[in-house]
Design a protein around this ligand. Structure first.
Ligand SMILES: C[S@@+](CC[C@H](N)C(=O)[O-])C[C@H]1O[C@@H](n2cnc3c(N)ncnc32)[C@H](O)[C@@H]1O
Length: 221
């Protein structure tokens, strides 16, 4: 695994607290987050063998493993800044015999050359980032995508109704209000447009026990 240059940077771990990280898959599964949403994201991306794909903020690697199992010919990198979750992910990928390049780095400074990936997929990363980090990450995603490349992001979006807005309060308590306020306001597409993406749009939304999950797509011209 590659080491990030700035190790001191603070980040919000998968469930808000480092000691909960080993329980991530179990808690996410009990809460109903899992295969259904990763599969939806993967299908939206219209992947094909031979493509180069990045799973950004890969956590325990579930999405990357699913992609590799469905498209063995894809070259997939899974990036996360948390060494603890990456070691869980690489053990899981080994058990699944899925060949994945795990990279430890920050989303705001991606260790890849320009125009490198055909697709970037990201699930539940953006609500861990401050407004400034969201902006930098969107710019980096645009940089490392090939022209015509596409990104697919699943994250918390504007609540579909007042009940969803109240439920999302739980996520805000755990992951922080600074990181999540832009999600609550439905502003992720604005970050993508400001970074220079075109054809930015919301493809789908699901109401869940923690709020409304939105699926976004954007294209590098
Ligand atoms: C809620 S988890 C989502 C994990 C996985 N994508 C999933 O859907 O289960 C968010 C992940 O983002 C990672 N993360 C948080 N800030 C990050 C940053 N600045 N750069 C890279 N990864 C980050 C965390 O370590 C965590 O693994």
């Amino acid at each position: 695994m590659k080491e990030p240059r700035n190790d001191k940077k603070i980040y919000v771990p998968a469930l808000g607290f480092h000691r909960l990280t080993p329980l991530y898959d179990w808690i996410a599964g009990c809460a109903g987050y899992g295969f259904r949403f990763w599969y939806t994201l993967m299908m939206q991306a219209q992947l094909e063998d031979e493509q180069r794909v990045l799973d950004l903020g890969s956590g325990t690697g579930s999405l990357a493993i699913l992609i590799k199992q469905c498209f063995p010919g894809i070259e997939i990198s899974a990036l996360d800044c948390d060494p603890k979750i990456l070691s869980l992910a690489s053990r899981k990928a080994e058990r699944a015999q899925a060949g994945i390049h795990f990279v430890r780095a920050f989303a705001e400074r991606l260790p890849y050359p320009d125009n490198y990936f055909d697709r970037i997929l990201s699930s539940l990363l953006f609500h861990h980032l401050t407004g400034d980090s969201k902006r930098k990450t969107a710019i980096e995603m645009l940089r490392v995508l090939k022209p015509g490349g596409e990104m697919y992001v699943m994250d918390w979006g504007r609540a579909a109704n007042p009940v969803m807005r109240c439920l999302f309060f739980t996520v805000q308590l755990v992951d922080g209000f600074d990181n999540t306020c832009d999600n609550a306001a439905g502003r992720l597409p604005v970050f993508f447009e400001q970074a220079g993406f075109c054809k930015v749009g919301q493809l789908q939304a699901f109401n869940t026990i923690f709020g409304t999950l939105a699926f976004y797509r954007a294209v590098k011209a």
